[in-house]
Design a protein. Structure first.
Length: 230
């Protein structure tokens, strides 16, 4: 492991805006589930998650733009989260938090109806068929989002992967989810959209490679997601 990574891991444990799965191994009840408003943000403002946040580009930029909302970046990679967490500390953004956990366990950290909105930014496409259960828009994850998201909450999903985008649309159709917006190519169809053109670290790379970026916005109000991938 590089020295840079080790230093980031050490530094991140000291950041007050970052919670790590290892913090809760001794005492399950200390997990912040149901306590985000009262104990973490100490306000009643809406809570917005960025899942697979990496360096937290959306978390930090949305927090700057919307001081009346709370933002939580979620990813398992601490050295990536470090960048966004450090930025938020440096700028004194009190409406930002990072959570280093597997998204597979999101409902152990958020209570039912505790989350108002979700962004999923450039999740790994997992192209191999055997890895399909790890795709963040498959039924396993939709069920988890449904457990924490308010019934009128929306999910915003951005990807450069055509295969993952097709898989996502199929997965939403199978689950009877409500689709609010579909943009096949953001920078061609709506280059002036201030929300959709916030660029993440990976997105900047993909754009340099000439890839197109797709977006879909959907919600999961009382839909039945009991199906599983073949
Ligand atoms: C391709 S990167 C994108 C990072 C960032 N959103 C960006 O666009 O720059 C995908 C991220 O998803 C995270 N990730 C994938 N599956 C995950 C899971 N099940 N739980 C937590 N993080 C996950 C990885 O650690 C990685 O940082």
């Amino acid at each position: 492991m590089s020295k840079g990574k080790l230093e980031k891991f050490k530094e991140i444990t000291a950041f007050r805006n970052t919670l790590e799965l290892t913090d809760f191994q001794e005492e399950e009840s200390q997990k912040p589930k149901g306590r985000w408003h009262s104990d973490i943000f100490e306000n009643d403002n809406p809570i917005v998650l960025e899942l697979a946040c990496g360096k937290g580009a959306y978390t930090v930029e949305l927090a700057r733009r919307y001081p009346d909302k709370n933002f939580v970046g979620v990813d398992i990679k601490g050295d990536r989260i470090w960048k966004g967490a450090k930025q938020a500390v440096t700028e004194g953004l009190s409406n930002v938090c990072f959570l280093r956990i597997y998204i597979d366990h999101l409902d152990e950290y958020f209570a039912s109806n505790e989350v108002d909105d979700i962004w999923i930014t450039f999740p790994d496409p997992y192209p191999r068929y055997s890895d399909r259960n790890n795709r963040l828009s498959g039924p396993k994850f939709l069920k988890i989002y449904q457990r924490v998201l308010k019934s009128d909450g929306t999910i915003h999903f951005k990807t450069d992967s055509d295969d993952l985008f097709s898989f996502t649309k199929e997965s939403l159709a199978k689950s009877d989810c409500k689709v609010h917006d579909v943009v096949e190519n953001i920078y061609q169809e709506c280059p002036d959209n201030k929300l959709l053109t916030i660029q993440t670290h990976y997105e900047a790379h993909y754009l340099q490679e000439g890839r197109s970026i797709s977006f879909i916005k959907f919600s999961l109000p009382n839909v039945d997601i009991s199906w599983e991938l073949d």
